[in-house]
Design a protein around this ligand. Sequence first.
Ligand code: GLY
Length: 355
Amino acid sequence: MLDRRSFLEKSALLSAMGFMPRALSAEELERELTGATLGTTPGFRGRPCVVSSANGIKGVKVAYDQIAGGTDTLDAIIAGVNLVELDPNDQSVGLGGLPNEEGVVQLDASCMHGPTRRAGAVGCLEEIATPSLVAKAVMDYTTHVLLVGAGAKKFATAMGFKTQNLLTEKSRQDWLRWKSRLNRNDNWLDHDDDVKINWTHGTINMNAVSAAGDVSSVTTTSGLAWKLDGRLGDSPIHGAGQYTDNAVGAAGSTGLGEMNIKTCGGFLTVEFMRNGATPEQAALKTLERMVHMTEPRLLDDRGRPRYDIQVYAVAKDGRYGGAGMYEGASFAVCDDTGPRLEKCAYLFKAADRAR
Ligand code: GLY
């Protein structure tokens, strides 16, 4: 495989030597430059598979059944994550997601469609329960790939999405408890109940491949609980929260988004697969890179990360894998043997978790 520069240098050299190479078709040129093929790969027969974070256990089955019935991979996985976005009891995504420090639910999502090599995303979107669908609308109806804040909401309402209050009573109560315990000297009474307050950067990432080898990915989240107003995590960032290359596969992640952004985790995992790693090996290598890129304040004195993150990946031929920084995480998968949770590979044993 030639890189673009070598290809151009080689072409110039051949011309200078008097060779007049046959003009390459667009598809041949693309294959020469990237090893990829344009769009759907003719004649490819693979094994359909959907892989996601563990909270997508119901969604992977919905997505798999749709793909088996001929639905496009991106439409199918968005239907899969919509289940979680619309579930008021999942406090990490969509309706019921934990709010920012001001009590406002701000949602991030992005998606990529392998066959058309198109992408869309929204960040800090308020009052729309299904940011994954708004991200796809950005992809389908605009020349942009990312809309944020008030502009994203304006776009969504113009496209017909309904606005609603996303802060459920449970999430509002959790936010007030968090707020009242911030400072012993403020005017909020600390209620010493033993209600556990979630501190989450939960998310759902889902990736799929069809029998024809078409690949897509989507990630959607309410982001880090109690975040500063305007914070974007990795989920709306292509190449971080998720990434698809139809020639290789797709990958995405859940966990501390800032670390994933610095490592370009989705892109890096796909690149490791392009270079021969299995999906699980690729996910583990990305986690190793994250540790390498971690700033000292997030490492303990033994160099162990004080955060968690998981990476999920599917290859064009239907192989899949998931890995977490620490032992104990699982991921959801559905293929022709049905939906199930599997244990993530990991870098560090649970007993060695940073304290
Ligand atoms: N991975 C989700 C977030 O950090 O926002």
